[in-house]
Design a protein around this ligand. Structure first.
Ligand SMILES: *Cc1c(COP(=O)(O)O)cnc(C)c1O
Length: 462
């Protein structure tokens, strides 16, 4: 049976999903709504319309429709880089000498190098359809900015990317890819916005932060006609777009009669993990399967495993609505030696709620163990994984080794979210033996927790 499964399973164009999967349609407990920080009341559609595209807001608030159609205009773009392959990791299985079957869904086969293009495509399409002429966003490491620049070029939108200044300097090639696709890269903080000028005045010479870049991008969108802000993870509509990963995986596995026992994904803001598990989780919530879902996070940024389930700002500049999620506090900063990405302080409200209700498990892994798994994987499977993706590899390898010890033939599926071509500085650190682990102490975490807003909606939670 096992040998009948090809090394790579692709879907034909006809087999590709025509619908995204909205897991919220099956959730028994919905996550609570966004709260406006000034009024402490739930955000209205109107509050959100000033910042986000209309269609994305409708999707954000949709709790009833399991199937949401992927418009033809998005499917035709998806066809340029999808379906992504589902790979049977025969070489890794052999190396680990495990009775487990290991599969991975590889999302790094497009120029932006990650799964982020799935939502970038959708958000750019809806912006264009609404008659907008430009969009803004922030980018840290650069994967999101790259993905969005490709989507903006395809749909003919102007794009301003506020890129954290240190990243723009440290990752000049990312910046060049973004510019090549026609987007405008603005190192943040910049003098083009009120928020940027304020930070520059207070902290001259600062390298910037994601929180500051978000504030600049939001301000730019709010103050520019026919312009909106788009976000690359965390929000429900981004998870919805990423469900294309899970839908393709499910169709591909069903083609060969394979049912996964464990599904593993790395979790930064939670969109790729939430998208990978969506259709499987929907069935689990209906009592149709007994799959174990595992979110993997860095030990140095442990929002699920050590965070609090409270209302917090989505950005460190404290400008966004409050979301109820597992969080380390919007002011949390991972230790400076953290090299593997997934550094967001919070976690998708959908993933947070599912975790809180006991439908998924979270594990944290240390970065040297993550890079060991990355190197092992690269040498046997050939793909150079993104450090973020390597968190999932680490957990999958650990599960496969457990299967060997226990003599169990489990089927493991994990998400390989991207390639590591732009992360070679981190690989260099690892190869030079210069990478260290740092697990934050309770005292370190306390400093972050102190930045959680002490407001009415958090009363009794803090
Ligand atoms: C952004 C990114 C992640 C984190 O994704 P989330 O959906 O926010 O959890 C993981 N892997 C790669 C390669 C990324 O670029």
């Amino acid at each position: 049976m096992a040998t009948e499964i090809p090394y790579k399973i692709y879907l034909s164009e006809e087999e590709m999903p025509k619908y995204w999967y909205n897991v919220k349609a099956h959730m028994k407990t919905q996550h609570p709504p966004f709260i406006h920080p000034a009024t402490q009341k739930p955000c209205t559609k109107e509050d959100l319309r000033a910042v986000f595209c209309d269609e994305c807001i409708d999707q954000e608030l949709n709790r009833t429709d399991e199937q949401i159609e992927i418009p033809e205009g998005i499917r035709s773009f998806y066809k340029m880089f999808r379906p992504s392959p589902l790979v049977r990791a025969y070489c890794l299985e052999r190396l680990l000498d495990t009775p487990a079957q290991i599969y991975y869904k590889f999302e790094g086969n497009n120029t932006s190098g990650s799964h982020k293009l799935n939502s970038a495509a959708a958000q750019a399409y809806y912006a264009k359809k609404q008659g907008l002429t430009s969009i803004t966003t922030e980018t840290g490491a650069g994967q999101w900015g790259t993905a969005l620049s490709m989507a903006a070029a395809y749909y003919g939108l102007h794009l301003d990317v506020y890129m954290v200044k240190v990243s723009a300097e440290q990752k000049p090639y990312r910046r060049e890819v973004i510019r090549t696709y026609g987007a405008n890269v603005i190192p943040s903080p910049s003098d083009t916005t009120e928020a940027g000028r304020k930070i520059l005045a207070e902290h001259p010479g600062t390298g910037g932060s994601l929180g500051c870049a978000i504030s600049e991008a939001v301000e730019k969108a709010a103050s520019t006609p026919a312009c909106r802000y788009v976000l690359g993870s965390v929000l429900d509509h981004v998870l919805l777009h990423q469900s294309v990963i899970g839908c393709e995986s499910k169709i591909a596995l069903e083609k060969y009669g394979v049912q996964p026992d464990i599904i593993i994904g790395c979790a930064g803001g939670g969109s790729n993990f939430g998208g990978l598990i969506a259709p499987f989780m929907g069935e689990r919530l209906e009592g149709k399967n007994d799959i174990e879902f595992v979110a993997v996070e860095p030990a140095s940024c442990p929002s699920l495993t050590r965070g609090k389930f409270v209302y917090d700002f989505c950005d460190s500049a404290r400008t966004t609505p409050l979301a109820k999620m597992y969080t380390l506090g919007c002011g949390f900063m991972p230790s400076p030696n953290h090299a593997g990405g997934l550094r967001y302080h919070g976690m998708s409200p959908v993933v947070s709620q599912l975790y809180h209700d006991g439908y998924l498990r979270a594990v944290s892994v240390e970065q040297t163990a993550v890079f060991e798994a990355a190197v092992q994987f690269a040498r046997c499977e050939g793909i150079l994984p993104a450090p973020e993706s390597a968190h999932a590899i680490r957990a999958a390898v650990d599960e496969a080794l457990k299967c060997r010890r226990e003599g169990k033939k489990k089927v493991i599926l994990f998400g390989l979210t991207g390639t590591g071509y732009f992360d070679l500085a981190a690989y260099k650190q690892f190869n030079d033996g210069a990478m260290a682990d740092y697990i934050p102490t309770d005292d370190d975490l306390r400093k972050g927790f102190e930045t959680i807003p002490k407001c009415a909606v958090n009363e009794g939670l803090l």
